[in-house]
Design a protein around this ligand. Structure first.
Ligand SMILES: Cc1cc2nc3c(=O)[nH]c(=O)nc-3n(C[C@H](O)[C@H](O)[C@H](O)COP(=O)(O)OP(=O)(O)OC[C@H]3O[C@@H](n4cnc5c(N)ncnc54)[C@H](O)[C@@H]3O)c2cc1C
Length: 258
C-alpha cells in the first residue's frame, strides 16, 4: 500500500518549540516502519537531521469502557483520558491532568509523578508486533521495553475518581517552571535529584543563547525564545560533564534526543 506522509513543523508541534519542518509517515497497524514514532512531542528534542519519523493515524484516538476494562488508543491525549476518567468516575488516572502526552508516549516513558505511573493498572499493550502483557514490558522508573508501534492498551479500572487527589497534585505542580520545555531534562539518579545536582554545579538559571536551565527548577531546560537544538545540546552536555566531574554521578537524559 502507498505510504502517506504529512509535514510537521516541530518548532510549533513540540512542547519545547525546537526543530524544523519534517516529513512524517502516517502509521497504522499494517505499517512496515523502522523509524521513530512521534507522539505528542512533549518529551522530544529534534535535531536538524532526525531519523525517519512516523505518527499514528487519527483512528487511534479513542477510549472505550467495557465492564472493568478500559481500552485506549495510543494517540489519545492524557487530557482526554483524565476527562473521561472524571466523567465516568474512574480511579487512578487523576495524575494525568498534569502530564502532557499521548498514551503511546506515556507508556514508552512510563510517565508518572508523585508515586503514580501509567503502568500501574495496565493489563496489556497492543503494538504492530502483537499483544504484550504488562509483565513482558519491563516497566521501571521512566523506562519500558515495548517493541514496535504502540496502537492501543488495556487497563483494569476501579471506580471512584478522587477529585481531592487531583487538586492536591495540581497544587503541588503549581510552581512548575513556565515556558516551553520538555518537562524534566534528566532522570533523577538513585537517591538524589537531578535538579539539585545541576544547581550545585552552578547551572541553575544558566543560559546559552535562547535556551537555559530554569531559575525556578534547574532540571527544566527552557526555550526563552528562538532556542536552537545546538544550544540545548550544549547545555545538556555541560550539565552532564560538570555533575560527573564534581560528584562522579552520571546524569541520564529523560528527554529523547533525535
Ligand atoms: C510541562 C511538562 C511537564 C511534564 N511533566 C512530566 C511528569 O510529571 N512526569 C513525566 O513522566 N513526564 C512529564 N513530562 C514529559 C512528557 O509529558 C511525557 O514523557 C509524555 O509521556 C510524553 O508523551 P508524548 O506523547 O508527547 O511522547 P513523545 O514526546 O512524542 O515521545 C516520547 C517517547 O514515546 C515514544 N512514542 C510515542 N508514541 C509512540 C507510539 N505510538 N508507539 C511507540 N512509541 C511511541 C517516542 O518514540 C519517544 O520515545 C512533562 C512534559 C512537559 C512539557
Amino acid at each position: 500500500m502507498a505510504k502517506i506522509y504529512k509535514e510537521i513543523d516541530f518548532s510549533k508541534y513540540s512542547s519545547v518549540k525546537i526543530g524544523g519542518v519534517e516529513k512524517v509517515e502516517i502509521l497504522d497497524e499494517n505499517s512496515e516502519f523502522n523509524g521513530f514514532v512521534v507522539g505528542g512531542a512533549n518529551n522530544l528534542l529534534i535535531s536538524p537531521n532526525p531519523p525517519q519519523l512516523g505518527i499514528l493515524s487519527d483512528k487511534f484516538d479513542f477510549i472505550s469502557l467495557d465492564g472493568d476494562i478500559l481500552k485506549i488508543g495510543a494517540k489519545t491525549k492524557s487530557a482526554k483520558i483524565y476527562n473521561f476518567a472524571k466523567q465516568q468516575n474512574l480511579a487512578n488516572f487523576e495524575f494525568l491532568k498534569n502530564i502532557p502526552g499521548t498514551l503511546g508516549g506515556l507508556l514508552t516513558m512510563n510517565a508518572g509523578l508523585m508515586g503514580f505511573e501509567i503502568s500501574q493498572n495496565l493489563i496489556s499493550v497492543c503494538t504492530n508486533k502483537g499483544e504484550f502483557g504488562k509483565d513482558e514490558l519491563n516497566f521501571a522508573y521512566r523506562h519500558s521495553e515495548i517493541k514496535g508501534i504502540i496502537l492501543e492498551a488495556k487497563f483494569r479500572v476501579s471506580h471512584g475518581f478522587n477529585a481531592l487527589l487531583s487538586d492536591e497534585i495540581a497544587k503541588k505542580r503549581a510552581n512548575q517552571p513556565r515556558g516551553a520545555s520538555f518537562g524534566s531534562c534528566f532522570k533523577n539518579p538513585g537517591g538524589d535529584s537531578a535538579g539539585r545536582l545541576i544547581e550545585a554545579v552552578g547551572l541553575k538559571g544558566f543560559r546559552v543563547g535562547g535556551c537555559g536551565f530554569s531559575e525556578a527548577h534547574a532540571n527544566f531546560l527552557i526555550n526563552y525564545g528562538g532556542a536552537t537544538y545546538f544550544e540545548a545540546i550544549t547545555l545538556i552536555n555541560l550539565a552532564k560533564m560538570r555533575v560527573k566531574a564534581e560528584f562522579g554521578v552520571d546524569l541520564h537524559e529523560e528527554v529523547v534526543i533525535l
